[in-house]
Design a binder for this molecule. Structure first.
Ligand code: PGA
Length: 255
């Protein structure tokens, strides 16, 4: 049985004050909602205040990135033990913006996943094709390479602890969502790849989120697909009412 998971990726948005207002609204609404996992991923500097507001709530805190070394001469970086110390439970790794704007590669993603797992953080590992790859019928090749290289060397026990987020790059922040069928097709491809690498029993437990212009209006249809286990929500997670509606419209679905 896979528990649904809805995560909000706030990206570079929300001051401490705005973050507190947002999570206060979410906390109060979701106080009795226990049937799915809810996560918010603020900027690093807002993590402590967000964690305080969410203390003993059923909303977990995630980070948007991490560095693979624990400490040392790595100016500007934040490591897994430091996130752990702040009460962080999840960390997004290899988001397409990090891949495109900050030179993230499958190899650095792999190191980051290993660092997160060493400290008991759940990595949300992002994969996804760009428009040119989709139009050139290269989607499955791209996804397979990203999975193979980003997840290289992970044991079955380790892979069970990660979440994969399929985020077609052409759908991120564009308002252009993949159709439920397009998304399901890639989710199923990823699950079959996991079956090939790790066998059925393991592959069936791994949660695969969809991300890319998720809104209250399209979440239910996406979540109704057999291999879609949740969503990574960008823009629509910045407003309490839309995020609340997304969670509401996706709850009650266990796979
Ligand atoms: P979006 O972003 O929902 O604004 O498209 C999704 C993401 O980047 O994770």
């Amino acid at each position: 049985m896979r528990r649904s998971i809805i995560a909000g990726n706030w990206k570079l948005n929300n001051t401490e004050k705005e973050a507190v207002a947002l999570v206060t609204a979410l906390r109060n609404v979701f106080i009795d909602l226990t049937e799915l996992d809810i996560v918010v991923c603020p900027v690093f500097t807002a993590i402590p205040v967000v964690h305080d507001v969410l203390f003993e709530s059923n909303i977990a805190v995630g980070a948007q990135d991490l560095y693979w070394e624990d400490s040392g001469a790595f100016t500007g970086e934040v490591s897994a033990p430091l996130l752990k110390e702040l009460g962080v439970k999840y960390v997004i790794v290899g988001h397409s913006e990090r891949r495109q704007l900050f030179g993230e590669t499958n190899q650095t993603v792999n190191k980051k996943i290993c660092a997160a797992l060493r400290y008991g953080l759940t990595p949300i590992v992002c994969v996804g094709e760009v428009l040119q790859e989709r139009e050139g019928n290269k989607t499955f090749d791209t996804i397979e390479t990203q999975c193979k290289e980003s997840l290289a060397g992970l044991t079955a026990e380790e892979i069970k602890k990660i979440i994969i987020a399929y985020e077609p790059v052409w759908a991120i922040g564009t308002g252009k969502t993949a159709t439920p069928q397009q998304a399901q097709e890639v989710h199923q491809f990823i699950r079959r790849w996991l079956v090939k690498m790790y066998q059925d029993k393991v592959a069936m437990t791994i949660r695969i989120q969809y991300g890319g212009s998720v809104k209250p209006e399209n979440i239910a249809e996406l979540m109704a697909q057999p291999d879609i286990d949740g969503a990574l929500v960008g823009g629509a997670s910045l407003k309490a009412d839309t995020f609340i509606q997304i969670v509401r419209n996706s709850s009650g679905i266990l796979k």
